[in-house]
Ligand binder design. Structure first.
Ligand SMILES: Cc1ncc(COP(=O)(O)O)c(C=O)c1O
Length: 324
């Protein structure tokens, strides 16, 4: 048993994700940009159209069930990937789901929102762009449900709690196995980072295994300074629950590929989405993975990744957005 598996065994777990996800080389893109690029296909985690959130729910739903909750509240944007997976998990395990979504109620439900409806989630649309207003409304709905006798598991955006981050501590152990199976020395891991649960879990895994490479989170919304702080705090809490330490020095964030803001397309992101589709038959999205892949391609072209280096791109899912 690996050290990570050993540390994780005290936490309840349910099998939401279909694991391990595939790991393979991107031959065409590697040739085009002159670097060795591998991909971890967490766009194929096998539940409710997949993505990074299923790994978080392997631990989150087990935590909710073990504590006897009957209702879960999730918060996100209308097209939240996290809320889609939450809706599926609630449906499968028999918990009532309330989604607090910012954005006008659309005339027609598409993409993630269509799936949330199909899965039977209770959807509350809040017409605001202010996260504080959204949080106040979520708390109001939580208090109302509690006053009606419900027991409510309240999740922050992205399910990024120390329990949720455990999914990517386990995910890091899976990556190390991929590297071993393929006899690869990987130098860098690149991924889209936002509510920080994915990156925090990975860096905790890195700390446990003492893996000697760089994990680089490409921010899709906030500045490098802000996201580094969020990743560190969450990683520290997660590490504490595993009784290990974590250093700030292994947290790398790059905010150069956000463009005009969250969800706003950039030409580099459009190019990355197109390249992955046309050269590899792999679909990214324009909010998260497209921007992270824009960073990856730029790193290869500008020499931030050397030609001889081996890099892994984690495809965190989100391509349901293409059907918005
Ligand atoms: C497709 C996709 N990739 C990456 C992320 C970022 O993951 P995290 O919120 O754990 O930082 C998200 C989060 O919403 C996502 O939906």
């Amino acid at each position: 048993m690996s050290k990570i598996d050993d540390l994780l065994k005290k936490f309840p777990k349910r099998i939401v994700s279909v694991l391990p996800t595939p790991f393979h080389r991107l031959d065409s893109i590697s040739e085009i940009v002159g670097c060795n690029i591998y991909i971890k296909r967490d766009d194929l985690t096998g539940f409710t159209f997949s993505g990074n959130k299923t790994r978080k729910f392997d631990f989150l739903i087990a935590d909710a069930l073990s504590k006897g909750y009957d209702t879960i509240i999730g918060i996100g944007a209308n097209q939240s990937n996290f809320c889609r997976i939450l809706s599926g998990v609630g449906a499968k395990y028999g918990l009532s789901v309330h989604l607090i979504l910012n954005g006008k109620k659309p005339y027609k439900f598409t993409g993630n929102l269509l799936i949330d409806h199909m899965l039977g989630a209770n959807i509350h649309h809040i017409d605001t762009t202010d996260p504080d207003v959204r949080m106040e409304e979520a708390e109001r709905i939580r208090d109302k449900l509690i006053s009606e006798g419900k027991t409510v598991y309240f999740l922050p955006p992205g399910g990024s709690t120390p329990v949720g981050a455990l999914g990517y501590v386990a995910g890091f152990a899976e990556l190390i196995n991929d590297f071993k199976k393929n006899s690869l020395k990987i130098d860098k891991i690149i991924l889209a980072s936002s509510s920080a649960g994915t990156q925090a879990g990975l860096v905790v895994g890195q700390s446990i295994t003492k893996w000697n490479g760089k994990i680089i989170g490409i921010s899709v919304d906030v500045t490098e300074v802000e996201l580094k702080k969020i990743v560190y705090e969450l990683a520290r809490e997660t590490a504490k629950s595993l009784t290990i330490d974590i250093s700030k020095d292994i947290i790398y964030v790059d905010d150069s590929y956000i463009g005009a803001g969250y969800g706003k397309r950039t030409p580099e992101c459009e190019e990355a989405v197109s390249l992955f589709a046309r050269k590899e038959g792999i679909f990214l999205d324009y909010v998260y993975t497209g921007k992270a892949a824009a960073g990856l391609l730029d790193y290869c072209r500008s020499g931030k990744i050397f030609p001889g280096e081996n890099v892994v791109f984690i495809h965190t899912g989100g391509n349901i957005e293409l059907f918005e």
